[in-house]
Write a protein that binds this ligand. Structure first.
Ligand code: HEC
Ligand code: CU
Length: 315
């Protein structure tokens, strides 16, 4: 399924239409230029008894090869500008989702409306997956925390850079329910290849039910008594390298920590998995396992204590 053959939303459809027109123009140019070159090469090649005709300042030819390309470029512009305006027009969106790019995951914050509010009285946030209703114009507000990332889901179209210190936006819309793959398209470091966009489109009529379930699941995985410890974990660099299911921690560089408290050991070397050992590991992984690629982050004792109190609940 590629966006040119099988576009799944209005933006990709507009872009695919243009793509085929430009492709046809390019084929015509290829045939005329290379065809003429090959024809002339044979017909006028040097051979005994034949002298090639020499000419320059041929007005008709010079006009033709100036005017035809100019007309082509101008017509491409005339075709493309209205499409670009359409693609860039984020007005009249039915829903706005805030998307934050950080090494190496996307964090989606749903609208600040009662339906999306969690037990923390904040709008629902997800990281693995962005779920939207079908046939609905969605505005995406983009922000980047660290370096430039780029949000793109080719089959439904739309692509925009997320730039630190600036807010950019685009809109997306999918014709049909399904799962669509996208990717950060701006190289952003070691975990770049894992910075995927997993877009799930549900039927419009089922979106309210999806929202209820998603909020309930979030509340189940994020009980209020752990709020402070979890917040400390989520505020630190761990999230860029580790997954904790149901949270915005979706880094794929290190092991999945969703069930760390049920594991027999830490990094294969330190057991059991308890607060003291986790603290030892986080404060100085190199001392526990020389050569490990997890860095010491130089966090204060208090911060590490909070983090390990959260980790021991993950089973
Ligand atoms: C730059 C990436 C990176 C960062 C940042 C990072 N880790 Fe890790 N972490 C790793 C890697 C890689 C491993 C695997 C190390 C090994 O097995 O040698 C690991 C292993 C672990 C383990 C053991 C997992 C297991 O399954 O045994 C724990 C627990 C852990 N990290 C917690 C943390 C916490 C908490 C933070 C934040 C304070 C953090 N990490 C920050 C990359 C990172
Ligand atoms: Cu990125």
């Amino acid at each position: 399924m590629s966006w040119v053959n099988d576009p799944q939303g209005p933006i990709a459809r507009e872009a695919a239409g243009l793509y085929w027109i430009f492709f046809a123009m390019a084929v015509v140019v290829l045939v005329i230029v290379d065809g003429g070159l090959i024809y002339a090469g044979f017909k006028f090649r040097e051979r005994a008894g034949h002298v090639a005709k020499q000419f320059h300042s041929h007005n008709l030819l010079e006009f033709a090869w100036t005017l035809i390309p100019t007309a082509m470029v101008l017509s491409m512009t005339a075709l493309a500008v209205p499409k670009l305006n359409f693609i860039n027009d984020t007005s009249n969106a039915e829903m706005t989702i805030h998307v934050k790019g950080q090494r190496w995951s996307w964090i989606y914050t749903y609208p600040d409306q009662p339906a999306f509010r969690t037990n923390e009285n904040k709008p629902l946030q997800t990281a693995e997956t962005l779920t939207i209703p079908a046939n609905t114009k969605i505005k995406i507000e983009l922000e980047a925390v660290d370096v430039i990332h780029s949000f793109a889901v080719p089959v439904i179209g739309g692509k925009k850079d997320a730039v630190p210190g600036r807010q950019t936006s685009l809109w997306i819309q999918a014709d049909r329910p399904g799962t669509y793959k996208g990717q950060c398209t701006e190289f952003c470091g070691a975990g770049h290849a894992d910075m995927l966009v997993n877009l799930v489109v549900v039927p419009k009529a089922e979106y309210a039910a999806w929202t209820r379930n998603a909020v309930a699941e979030y509340n189940r995985l994020n009980p209020p008594e752990l709020a402070r410890f979890r917040a400390t974990y989520l505020a630190n660099a761990c999230v860029g390298c580790h997954v904790v299911a149901g949270t915005t921690s979706q880094g794929k560089v290190g092991p999945d920590l969703s069930k760390i408290a049920s594991k027999p050991n830490i990094a294969g070397v330190l057991s059991p998995v308890n607060e003291a050992n986790l603290k030892r590991w986080i404060q100085n992984p190199q001392a526990v396992k020389p050569g490990t690629t997890m860095p010491a982050l130089g966090l204060s004792d208090a911060v590490v204590d909070d983090i390990v109190r959260y980790l021991v609940t993950l089973r």
